[in-house]
Design a protein. Structure first.
Lengths: 307, 80
């Protein structure tokens, strides 16, 4: 069975402070710290792009783990901001990492639900083809499409990339997945003229109405009790959304992770950045992950520790 | 269905504004009393779910006090 073995993350060192912009955005420290929950957003260097950030995530992975590049059979890159339309950015990553010619490469266009979708795609693709070593990248440099005068988006989104090493000897097995899409609401989060536009009320309503219903479904199909989940990792949209989901789903707040104050909402990278840390706690036998956003779409899974 | 100020205080108390809602008067400005933009999003959704109505984006700018909400919701319910 294919599952998650290791994760590497790259968060650029550049920062834009929301505190320094509080007058411009007519807000205050309390709102920034306790409601939005994002004090700084990470921002890449101008010369960095989707593929180069992904490569840096892989270098972080290699610093902590021994990875034999010659064994990699597939790389999948989740992004909606590729370096170019042609070629696909995963091919650029392939070249930069000097991976084998036999390695399959493709991009997947998804946003905040993308990591969970990507796990399902990688697992299916690898198991169907008898592969044992794959890499799932997330890399979405939103700073390229953010209008820094737009409070709705500029205070939230940060740049980052991650890579998840999937093998047949994983640290975490993957449970059954749930997915969903409300396509008629797709303009709630949309990029027009190369700028991101977000209807904050629409995103909030979508998340807090649909995710609690989906949660009951995923518990049922995995024959899992809410009480047996050790950690809840939602897509890190904003503190207010996570707090509202915690309340509506009647979760133990000590089990719900929110940890993006210093870099912001990193889209498809938000879950794996948190998961990388939580995987190191042996007490996390069972972890719920749920991505939601662009589409509007969502995907959820329950991860089970193997040792 | 009758819409009371106390019902609206209960609904608002379900947001992160919490029990401060119970101290409001019907004609207090919610924003001036500290209800922020995110609490309002939660308040709108809770109203929609409680009364099974739609709180339209184009209407919310005119809703400043609990009294305004009471009138707005009552009219929506009477529209049927």
């Amino acid at each position: 069975m294919i599952g998650i073995t290791h994760i590497g993350s790259y968060i650029p060192k550049g920062r834009i402070s929301n505190i320094e912009r509080k007058t411009q955005f007519e807000t205050d420290d309390n709102f920034i710290h306790n409601k939005v929950g994002i004090v700084n957003v990470s921002v890449k260097k101008t010369e960095e792009g989707t593929a180069s950030m992904a490569v840096k995530a892989f270098e972080e992975l290699e610093k902590k783990n021994s990875i034999d590049r010659k064994k990699i059979e597939v790389i999948i890159l989740i992004t909606q901001n590729p370096d170019s339309n042609i070629p696909h950015s995963s091919a650029l990553v392939h070249a930069e990492l000097n991976l084998p010619e036999s390695c399959a490469c493709f991009d997947v266009s998804l946003g905040c639900s993308g990591y969970v979708y990507g796990l399902s795609i990688a697992k299916s693709f690898m198991e169907n083809n008898g592969f044992k070593h794959g890499l799932l990248f997330t890399s979405d440099p939103y700073s390229d499409i953010i209008d820094h005068e737009d409070k709705n988006t500029s205070m939230l989104f940060g740049d980052a990339a991650t890579v998840t090493y999937l093998t047949d000897t994983p640290k975490y097995d993957l449970g059954k997945f749930t997915f969903g899409t409300i396509g008629k609401e797709c303009e709630t989060l949309i990029c027009k003229n190369n700028k991101l536009h977000m209807d904050g009320r629409g995103v909030f309503n979508f998340a807090v109405k649909y995710i609690p219903v989906d949660f009951k479904h995923i518990l049922e199909i995995n024959n899992c009790l809410k009480e047996s989940i050790d950690k809840f990792i939602f897509h890190q949209g904003s503190k207010y959304i996570i707090d509202t989901l915690t309340k509506r789903m009647d979760l133990d707040p000590s089990k719900v992770v929110f940890d993006i104050a210093e870099y912001g909402n990193t889209v498809s990278s938000s879950i794996p950045i948190i998961l990388e840390k939580e995987m190191n706690r042996k007490s996390n036998k069972c972890i719920y992950i749920c991505g939601f956003g662009v589409g509007l779409s969502w995907a959820s899974n329950i991860l089970y520790r193997t040792d | 269905m009758e819409v009371t100020i106390n019902d609206l205080k209960e609904i608002l108390a379900n947001t992160s504004f919490g029990n401060n809602a119970k101290l409001l008067d019907a004609n207090d400005s919610l924003r001036e009393e500290g209800v922020d933009s995110l609490d309002l999003l939660d308040f709108y959704l809770n109203i929609e779910e409680h009364y099974n109505i739609k709180v339209n984006d184009e209407d919310v700018a005119g809703l400043l006090t609990l009294k305004d909400y009471q009138k707005y919701i009552t009219e929506k319910l009477n529209e049927g």
